[in-house]
Design a protein around this ligand. Structure first.
Ligand SMILES: Cc1cc2nc3c(=O)[nH]c(=O)nc-3n(C[C@H](O)[C@H](O)[C@H](O)COP(=O)(O)O)c2cc1C
Length: 218
């Protein structure tokens, strides 16, 4: 058995980069292709390809501004002009934005599984971007749930936005954030065992957790 330590290190250390720390340069054409290929290489029950991708590069991030502006008016009819201007510039927050749309193709497999596959596509896109040295951040924000925006973009009733992945070059080293205690959420099953569902800790709106709580239950 060969251990791929680089991959393990990547999986165990990757984390999102705040969009305020994402700057030019954007991924190159070849890098974008690599990122999209990774996004399209995910488990997908019955090979339905239940997702598609929309890239916003360069001027396109500005060209989407009028749609974001109009959509925000429906999101908050009392928004000031200054707020509308601000919201219209959302896609300028990173050099590259990739929209991942979950599209239900058929009755089978269950819609839930098709949606999960779109989530996997989002994560693979983040992994590939980070592996190439870029920073990435998976965001939904208000416009992912805005009907005016979705319609204007060309989505229909079979589509849901799984997320927008903001990608760019990180301007500073990343800070770690807390991680879950595995002992609270992992169960080594045996008959009559009580499942560790994490409720006592993670049902709370706020909880104490160390930066890395990765120990397994005894
Ligand atoms: C589906 C989905 C949507 C998200 N939308 C937002 C968002 O709109 N705004 C936000 O601040 N974070 C959002 N996040 C969280 C960011 O991705 C966050 O940076 C990430 O959870 C950090 O985790 P990491 O340190 O493991 O990379 C979202 C996460 C997911 C999975």
């Amino acid at each position: 058995m060969t251990i791929n330590q680089d991959t393990l290190d990547h999986l165990l250390n990757r984390r999102s980069v705040s969009i305020k720390n994402l700057q030019e340069p954007a991924p190159s054409v070849d890098d974008i292709k690599t990122i999209l290929k990774a996004g399209a290489r995910v488990p997908d029950h019955n090979k339905r390809v239940p997702w598609y991708f929309i890239t916003f590069e360069g001027q396109a991030r500005q060209d989407i501004a009028p749609l974001l502006r109009e959509a925000y008016k429906t999101h908050d009819p009392s928004a000031t002009d200054a707020k509308l201007d601000l919201e219209s510039q959302r896609f300028m927050n990173a050099p590259l934005v990739i929209g991942v749309v979950s599209r239900i193709r058929q009755k089978k497999p269950q819609a839930w599984e098709q949606i999960l596959s779109a989530g996997a596509a989002c994560m693979n896109i983040c992994h590939a971007a980070h592996a190439l040295g870029y920073g990435a951040n998976w965001l939904s924000q208000w416009y992912s749930y805005n009907d005016h925006f979705k319609k204007g973009l060309g989505l229909d009733e079979r589509d849901n936005i799984a997320g927008f992945i903001y990608i760019g070059t990180p301007t500073c080293p990343n800070e770690e954030r807390e991680r879950p205690y595995l002992s609270k959420i992992v169960t080594s099953w045996s008959p009559d065992v009580k499942l560790n569902k994490g409720d006592e800790m993670y049902d709370k709106p706020k909880y104490d957790a160390p930066e890395a709580g990765f120990e397994l239950p005894q």
